[in-house]
Every structure is written in C-alpha cells, then in structure tokens.
Design a protein around this ligand. Structure first.
Ligand SMILES: Cc1cc2nc3c(=O)[nH]c(=O)nc-3n(C[C@H](O)[C@H](O)[C@H](O)COP(=O)(O)O)c2cc1C
Length: 236
C-alpha cells in the first residue's frame, strides 16, 4: 500500500491499458473505498455499475464513443448520481442506529431530520414545490442568514453530483494505491448508456465512467500540467 500523497501525485488519467483481470478482493476494496467518501448529510446519493464481463464491457465501451481507455480497460465503472435513493438510505441508517443501540433521543432526532430533509429535497410534480420553496427561502433570506437547499430537480442532481464526484476520486485513488490505473471519462452517449443500464430519467444521471485496469507498457504518459498555485488559490 502506498502513502496517500504518493498516490495523489502518481495518479494519471491513463489512456491505454493492458488486459488483466481485477480479482474480487481488490474490486471490493476499491468500491468500499469509494463509498467511504464523505457525502452531503451522509446520504451517499450514488450507485456504481462495475462492468467487467466481455460482452457488456464492449457494449459500454462503444457507448463511451469507442475511446481507447474504455476499449482496453479491465472494467468500466459507470458512476450514477441517484436522487431517488434518499428514503431507502435514511431507512437503512435508522435500522442501523436501532441495531447499534443508539439512544432513543438520537434515533428520534435523526428521524426528524430525515423527515425535514425529505420535504426540503422534494421538487414535487412539475417542480411545483420547488417554486414555492424557492420563494419562501428567498423571503427568509432577506431576514436572516440561511443556506439554500437544493430545490429543483436540476439543483438536486447538482447536489448529488458533488458527493458522487468525491466517491469517484476515492475510487481512483484506491485503485492507484492497489497498483491499478484509471481514466475518468465524460465522453459517452448519456441517453443510450442510461437506457442500456435501465436507469430512470427521473432519479438517475450518469456522472462519469471510470476505466480501470493496468497501464500498458506501450503507453507513453504525457507530462502533467497544472495551473500555478497562485492562479488557483486565494489566501485571505
Ligand atoms: C470529469 C472528467 C471527465 C473526463 N473525461 C475524459 C474523457 O472522456 N476521455 C479521456 O480520455 N479523458 C477524460 N478525462 C481525463 C482528463 O483529460 C485528465 O484528467 C486531465 O487531462 C489531466 O490529466 P491527469 O489526470 O493525467 O493529470 C476526464 C477527467 C475528468 C475529471
């Protein structure tokens, strides 16, 4: 296992892989690391599709516009923001709290927060609740300092994408730490890939597809460029 900073600085988007099998144990470690990323309200609003069977991988690679990293990867991980998972996730956490003998007051607190969250995060039919909530929050904000929850479906996908992206980064760093390489990809046919996986347009949005495998010896890594620190950071 490598030091975390070495892993961060070594990770590159690799564009050509050699065919290796990723066994079940590293696969589970990589996915486990992904779901350990922090998420807003610990709601973990995402799903992973680990595509490794030859036929399905070929089909997904095709929908990734036949990009070389997709075609040569050992597996393709389709990472999906899922805004419909909140009720099941809060229910799962409640059951876990009960099993873990949390104090009744803590369980009630969580139940209350989950209920409020569900109301706040519900855009309603045709986004009607979102409009009402937006006006209410706008008026409240004139009077006091408040945060704005995600209101519309678009806001919700934006909200879910932040937590999903952190899970993606955890996944890529864990793969690197275990001696694999990755390439995150946004180049795919969103509609066809969603259809292929049977995703719901209401609840699911593909955030990225991560190609994972072992870097090919034939791959020549280009130099890595980043903007200088002072163009990126403001210290106040
Ligand atoms: C959200 C996202 C989407 C990307 N999409 C693609 C892609 O479709 N195809 C590709 O070859 N690389 C893709 N990349 C990889 C970037 O090109 C790469 O990370 C960037 O050039 C920096 O290189 P490095 O990661 O090796 O430092 C993507 C990266 C991110 C974060």
């Amino acid at each position: 296992m490598k030091d975390i900073l070495d892993v961060i600085f070594q990770r590159r988007a690799v564009k050509l892989f050699e065919p290796v099998v990723i066994a079940q144990s590293p696969r589970e470690r990589i996915l486990n690391a992904a779901r350990h990323a922090p998420s807003s309200f610990n709601l973990q609003p995402y799903k992973f599709y680990w595509v490794e069977s030859a036929a399905k991988k070929a089909a997904v690679a095709k929908l990734c516009l036949e990009q070389v990293p997709a075609e040569t990867a050992s597996a393709l991980v389709v990472v999906v923001a899922d805004i419909g998972s909140m009720p099941a996730t809060t229910q799962g956490q409640l059951e876990w709290m009960r099993r873990s003998d949390f104090a009744e007051s803590k369980i009630r607190d969580y139940q209350r927060t989950a209920r409020i969250g569900r109301i706040l995060f519900m855009p309603g039919p045709f986004g009607i609740f979102a409009v009402v909530k937006r006006v209410l929050f706008w008026l409240l904000n004139l009077l006091r300092t408040i945060g704005m929850p995600p209101l519309s479906r678009q806001d919700l996908f934006k909200w879910a994408t932040k937590s999903t992206s952190l899970a993606c980064q955890n996944l890529m760093l864990a793969a690197e730490a275990l001696g694999f390489n990755t390439c995150p990809m946004e180049g795919f046919d969103r509609r066809r890939l969603s259809q292929y996986l049977g995703l719901s347009a209401q609840h699911h949005e593909i955030v990225m597809v991560i190609a994972i495998g072992k870097k090919s010896d034939a791959y020549v890594e280009p130099p890595q460029w980043r903007r200088p620190l002072d163009a990126t950071v403001t210290v106040l």
